[in-house]
Design a protein around this ligand. Structure first.
Ligand SMILES: *[C@@H]1O[C@H](CO)[C@@H](O)[C@H](O)[C@H]1NC(C)=O
Ligand SMILES: *[C@@H]1O[C@H](CO)[C@@H](O)[C@H](O)[C@H]1NC(C)=O
Length: 368
């Protein structure tokens, strides 16, 4: 059972402080509080990255302290074949690479998913080189006081954070830009990025089917925008997979297919053999109007649910910049709409503390 502690702050104001996490230091042999499975999953997108620089150990530990069910990461590869957690293909926007004169010559242009991109590509750096960089906050309107405190972490370090938490915390790693990574990085043993990704999970004991005892002990969703990578991984590991769906104008990196093609009934019927659900950009499920209000929802959620597929939309963000006007600048109103009206099964959020509070406030009963 999850425990919510209520602390009375001085001055008599009761402050909710969800002490559900235990950022680390779980004791072997101790029975861990299980993953909740009674309500939509709270998936901490790149950690608690609304508060701390994304995909850092600090952001993941914060997300666990805040009550996230899953921590999410983008997994990519270094020049020397190590798997690391990093969202962008280039280091420019979220690290201090520009302040390192020794790397100035690395900037170049490469094609990524049908477009030319210029920057410092993560796949041009060894792990040792990446470890000399420091991570920073992506957005100017978020807290930048923690810029420069954290380093890029490996996929193994990410897994360690989840498995050493004091309660059961799931992981939700993405095979990021697999076509690009397989083109840029070569492994001496001839294996592909997808092989290395799955091997890293299996080495740590992951692998059970959705809701099996093995899965409940070590919950995992494997995500990708590349259907071919998910289908390839399905041969290697039983763990549940989620097919990510990009914005309507974006063609898939692996098969060069359109949004309409990959969300057709035929394609969902095909993918449900390999995945337990889909992860759409939320503005494709409930498209915004030109004046930033919500238009009518599409039938994607209904068609996915009719096939027994879960829907985990991305990304929920507290700030006004991201909230459609129907929500009156209230992120809790947005959660209420998506959980109760749209009825999604999981939510990727930059603010797991807010989603956790919403779910605690509206809980009709505790799972036990
Ligand atoms: C990227 O740039 C190269 C070199 O200028 C060019 O040949 C190629 O067509 C460009 N690709 C895209 C997708 O624009
Ligand atoms: C991807 O598909 C579009 C639409 O059919 C086509 O115009 C484009 O040439 C394709 N790109 C490649 C690289 O095949």
């Amino acid at each position: 059972m999850l425990v919510l502690a209520w602390c009375a702050a001085s001055g008599g104001v009761a402050v909710a402080r969800p002490l559900v996490g235990g950022g680390g230091g779980g004791e072997a042999g101790k029975t861990k509080a299980p993953l909740q499975t009674m309500r939509a999953y709270n998936i901490a997108h790149r950690g608690s990255n609304g508060e701390l620089p994304e995909e850092t150990a600090a952001a993941y530990l914060r997300a666990i302290d805040e009550g996230a069910d899953f921590i999410e990461a983008d997994v990519t590869a270094t020049k020397d074949g190590h798997l690391v957690c990093f969202h962008d293909t280039t280091l420019d926007d979220t690290t201090d690479v520009a302040d390192h004169p020794e790397f100035a010559g690395r900037r170049r242009t490469l094609e990524v998913q049908w477009a030319n991109l210029t920057g410092f590509f993560i796949t041009d750096f060894t792990l040792a080189e990446l470890k000399t960089l420091r991570v920073k906050q992506r957005y100017a309107f978020r807290d930048r006081s923690h810029n420069g405190e954290s380093r890029i972490i490996t996929f193994d370090e990410f897994i360690d954070i989840a498995v050493s938490a004091e309660r059961v915390v799931g992981i939700d790693p993405e095979m990021k830009n697999p076509v690009f990574v397989n083109k840029q990085v070569r492994w001496a043993d001839g294996k592909k990025f997808e092989d290395k990704f799955v091997a890293a999970l299996k080495r740590r004991g992951y692998g059970g089917r959705y809701m099996s005892p093995a899965w409940r002990a070590m919950p995992l969703f494997i995500q990708s925008f590349a259907a071919t990578s998910l289908i390839y991984a399905a041969d290697l590991i039983d763990s549940p997979k989620v097919f990510l769906i990009d914005d309507v104008g974006v063609r898939t990196e692996d098969t060069n297919q359109s949004y309409d093609e990959i969300t057709s009934d035929e394609y969902l019927d095909y993918m449900r053999e390999y995945v337990v659900g889909v992860g759409p950009w939320k503005d494709t499920v409930v498209p915004p109007t030109r004046d930033n209000k919500l238009a009518a929802p599409t039938d994607l959620v209904a068609r996915a649910h009719a096939r027994g597929m879960q829907v985990h939309p991305y990304t929920y963000r507290n700030e006004n910049q991201f909230l459609h006007f129907n929500f009156r600048q209230d992120p809790y109103a947005e959660y209420d709409y998506w959980i109760n009206d749209v009825a999604v099964d999981g939510l990727y959020t930059d603010f797991p503390a807010s989603l956790r509070r919403y779910q605690e406030w509206t809980a009709t009963g505790r799972e036990g």
